[in-house]
Write a protein that binds this ligand. Structure first.
Ligand code: ADP
Ligand code: MG
Ligand code: MG
Length: 252
């Protein structure tokens, strides 16, 4: 049984009623790394947000099965507790809630869901420190208010820290590499590689080859006009770079 099975998924923007996803098909098995590429506006972020249950969108057709369950019937929080991760950083800063408080709340909620006892304050602290080292971040990061004054690069690192702390069967990373300089990109990619477990899967949306070379996707998809137009291995990236997305999407 695949980890994630998406069949003919259609979704519209709730407010305007405009359909953005016109029948997406995708199968992700345990341990696979899927890259989703495609030009701006092709529906990549919408696809990711629909999977995690973002309230701006309404599913109008198709099905999504995650770990044998109907994902579309689950609340966003249930999806996350079930092991589907997408960064939950909000564009708004949350004054008064520190990053560590936020992470601990989310992690203990997931432990409850998994039937594990909650961690006490001291255990939480050492757990967070361990993960912080894994993603190579400074401890002062934890005391900051959630998203308050984070630079672009810090937000990306924080996203990886969230993933390291929570763990996930399937993590969706939407343009984790955008706006990072070469060194920061390598750090982020290394951190992702360190927190990966053999059975866990990754779906990453990106425009750039560099992060793909660091994360070794097993599958590369090209999204075009709300559908996955083409699927292959890393060699597709070469064709995209020389021929462009339009040509690659048309080559079916
Ligand atoms: P990508 O991530 O591939 O660049 P998006 O999924 O962000 O593409 O967007 C696909 C299309 O849907 C774009 O035309 C975008 O403007 C539109 N869109 C997506 N979400 C919304 C929204 N919440 N409100 C209005 N338009 C949206
Ligand atoms: Mg975009
Ligand atoms: Mg996008």
């Amino acid at each position: 049984q695949p980890l994630l099975q998406v069949n003919d998924l259609r979704a519209k923007i709730l407010e305007s009623g405009v359909e953005i996803l016109h029948g997406v098909n995708l199968t992700v098995n345990e341990g696979e790394v899927h890259a989703i590429m495609g030009k701006n506006g092709s529906g990549k972020s919408t696809f990711a947000k629909v999977l995690v249950g973002h309230p701006d969108y309404e599913v109008t057709g198709g099905s999504v099965v995650f770990k044998g369950e109907n994902l579309l019937e689950m609340e966003p929080e249930e999806r996350s507790l079930a092991g589907l991760f997408m960064s939950f950083q909000s564009p708004v800063e949350i004054p008064g809630v520190s990053n560590d408080e936020f992470l601990v709340m989310a992690y203990n909620a997931r432990r409850r869901k998994l039937g594990l006892p909650e961690l006490g304050p001291l255990e939480c602290f050492s757990y967070l420190m361990e993960k912080l080292q894994l993603v190579n971040m400074k401890p002062d990061f934890l005391n900051r208010n959630v998203n308050e004054g984070f630079s672009g690069g810090e937000r990306k690192r924080n996203e990886i820290l969230q993933l390291a702390v929570l763990g996930a069967d399937l993590a969706i990373l939407d343009e984790i590499d955008s706006g990072l300089d070469v060194d920061a990109l390598r750090d982020v990619a290394n951190a992702v590689n360190r927190i990966r477990a053999p059975k866990n899967s990754l779906m990453m949306i990106t425009h750039y080859r560099r992060i793909l070379d660091l994360l070794n996707p097993t599958h590369v998809h090209v999204m075009d006009k709300g559908k996955i137009a083409r699927t292959g291995d890393i060699s597709i990236v070469e064709t995209i770079e020389t021929e462009g997305y339009e040509t690659v999407a048309a080559l079916t």
